[in-house]
Design a protein around this ligand. Structure first.
Ligand code: TXA
Ligand code: MG
Length: 522
């Protein structure tokens, strides 16, 4: 089929109106996204919409009219709340669902006994509906599952050759589809958020609910209040993951990613390839650009995308609702503090790995430093230790670490006693100091029972000879002394069996190993 590309001239709109009246399909701009229209009262024409989009037949269409006076014949009854919404908003990016009249066929309504009606604000859309002389059923003009088109070129990409005509009316003002609210339930319920916000609606008709599926995924056994909720949506070819983080955290996180794209706000300082969707704290700009950004990512060949999280206030709820579907509900929550544990036998080179992780933006909690801090600033703890290991471990109130070590490490029991007193304090202080993306660098991670605090554990390992050499050099001690230290620790197999990842450090490439692990963890 040859698809005509039309302008917004009087002549072209009249032509498009005629095509619709005769049962053809025309894509046209609205203030939200482009719609794919057919005569809503012509079931044969409406069928072709489902075919052109590849849309499941149980997903009903919105019926567009140019004037609110034209709603009455389509619905059973205009309730006072419905009238109040029409009067307050129409024409607007708002769709209202009511029980349908006989006039509305079952193909338009997807087999339901309700109908969705909307008077668009966009002039071209209303002129077209008038020219057609009938209500126009129109879903968004994208191939089912792809982001809705906010520019004529995206409609051309998806629909050329499948429909009769496309009216090029420039960019859409809002960029996300209309707010959908049903009045066919006891309490009015928002099924899809849009530019007309919950607050705006509540100002007119009082309390409204927001369907749970708006901000969360649908459960497997849940029936959709709106069939559109259950289908895959707005999905670019790339895998999108939302990152819950503030600006700085997001930048640190994303800038360390290889072979990935950022879907971020205009002012974010990003060093990897990026596409922006509006400005932080400006929900309207985000709404306007989101779908365009998703399409651009595909054009750029993005495979993996890390998206900055939008706020869910005001129109932000609509932006979040679309983005979370584009991301198939995948979120990395960097705001929830969690540890990645880093441990290993002495001499394995844990310190080097820790510094590499710090360079990648991780917040390193060095448990050795914390232990020192505790000994320096905790008179109560010191008194307890003195009671256990002898008063002479304190010299004028200050801990003599050498004496303590001699006593505490003289037997297994004494070592355990010391650990029981000190470790819980260390871990709780580590937790207090942790910022998001924290790495707990702890040689005694297992002895302190800190596994349960760690989301994942990485051990650094090196051969016996390498460790021996490193310890002798580092601490300037004899081979015998070094061997004694090694044997006082848990053996290598314990570390390996109790860790999620092992980094080998006998001269292997550390950076590559870290990248691979972090890719999996995050
Ligand atoms: O902004 C918009 O609303 C755009 C422009 C073109 O007007 N249209 C649009 O239509 O987004 P569509 O078909 O892509 O999305 C309509 C949504 C779908 O999720 C559908 O399931 C829901 O509205 N819907 C339509 N009629 C319904 C009904 N009777 N009951 C429940 N949900 C309904
Ligand atoms: Mg759609």
């Amino acid at each position: 089929m040859q698809t005509k590309i039309l302008s917004t001239s009087e002549y072209d709109i009249r032509l498009a109106g005629k095509i619709l009246a005769k049962g053809g399909l025309v894509a046209f701009p609205t203030e939200t996204v482009y719609g794919l229209g057919a005569n809503a009262l012509d079931e044969e024409a409406v069928k072709h919409i489902y075919i052109a989009k590849g849309r499941p037949s149980d997903n009903p269409l919105i019926v567009h009219i140019s004037d609110k006076a034209d709603i009455a014949p389509l619905v059973k009854e205009i309730t006072p709340k419905a009238q109040a919404l029409f009067d307050a908003f129409f024409p607007a990016p708002l769709t209202v669902i009511l029980p349908k009249s006989e006039k509305v066929g079952s193909i338009v309504s997807g087999g339901l006994d309700t109908v969705a009606v909307r008077v668009p604000e966009n002039e071209i859309a209303r002129r077209l509906i008038q020219a057609a002389g009938c209500p126009i059923a129109a879903p968004s003009a994208n191939t089912s599952g792809l982001p809705s088109p906010t520019k004529a070129k995206y409609v051309i990409d998806d629909m050329r050759g499948k429909i009769d005509a496309i009216i090029d009316g420039g960019d859409c003002t809002f960029g996300v589809e209309s707010t959908v609210i049903t009045l066919a339930t006891q309490t009015p319920t928002i099924l899809r958020p849009g530019a007309i916000t919950k607050e705006m609606i509540e100002n007119v008709i009082g309390r409204v609910n927001v369907a749970r599926a708006v901000l969360e995924g649908m459960k497997n056994n849940e029936t959709a209040a709106s069939p559109g909720m259950k289908y895959k949506h707005y999905a670019p070819k790339a895998k999108v993951v939302i990152v819950n983080a503030d600006k700085q955290m997001y930048e640190n996180f994303v800038n360390s990613k290889k072979n990935a794209f950022a879907l971020c706000f205009e002012n974010d300082n990003i060093t990897i390839p990026k596409v922006t969707f509006g400005r932080e704290n400006d929900d309207l700009s985000q709404a306007k650009e989101l779908f365009d950004a998703l399409r651009k990512l595909d054009e750029m060949g993005a495979k993996k995308v890390y998206a900055r999280i939008p706020s869910t206030n005001g129109v932000g709820m609509a932006v979040y609702n679309r983005l979370i579907r584009a991301a198939a509900f995948k979120i990395i929550d960097l705001k929830k503090p969690f540890f990645i544990g880093l441990t290993g036998q002495t001499g394995a080179g844990k310190g080097y790995v820790s510094r590499q992780l710090e360079k990648l933006g991780f917040n390193i909690i060095d448990s050795d430093k914390i232990v020192k801090k505790i000994y320096e600033n905790n008179p109560e703890l010191l008194q307890r230790l003195a009671k256990e290991f002898g008063n002479d471990i304190l010299i004028e109130g200050i801990l003599d670490r050498k004496t303590l070590a001699r006593r505490a490490f003289s037997s297994k029991e004494n070592t355990e006693k010391l650990n029981q007193i000190v470790h819980p304090k260390v871990i709780s202080l580590c937790e207090r100091e942790a910022k998001p993306l924290a790495v707990l660098d702890a040689p005694q991670l297992f002895e302190a029972n800190a596994q349960s605090k760690c989301y994942k554990i990485i051990s650094v390992a090196a051969s016996y000879e390498t460790r021996l050499k490193r310890i002798m050099q580092r601490d300037n001690i004899t081979m015998q002394q070094a061997e004694r230290r090694i044997h006082a620790q848990l053996d290598e197999s314990y570390y390996i069996n109790h860790s999620d990842f092992v980094i080998y450090n006998n001269g292997e490439d550390i950076k590559t190993q870290i990248d691979k692990i972090m890719e999996e963890i995050l």
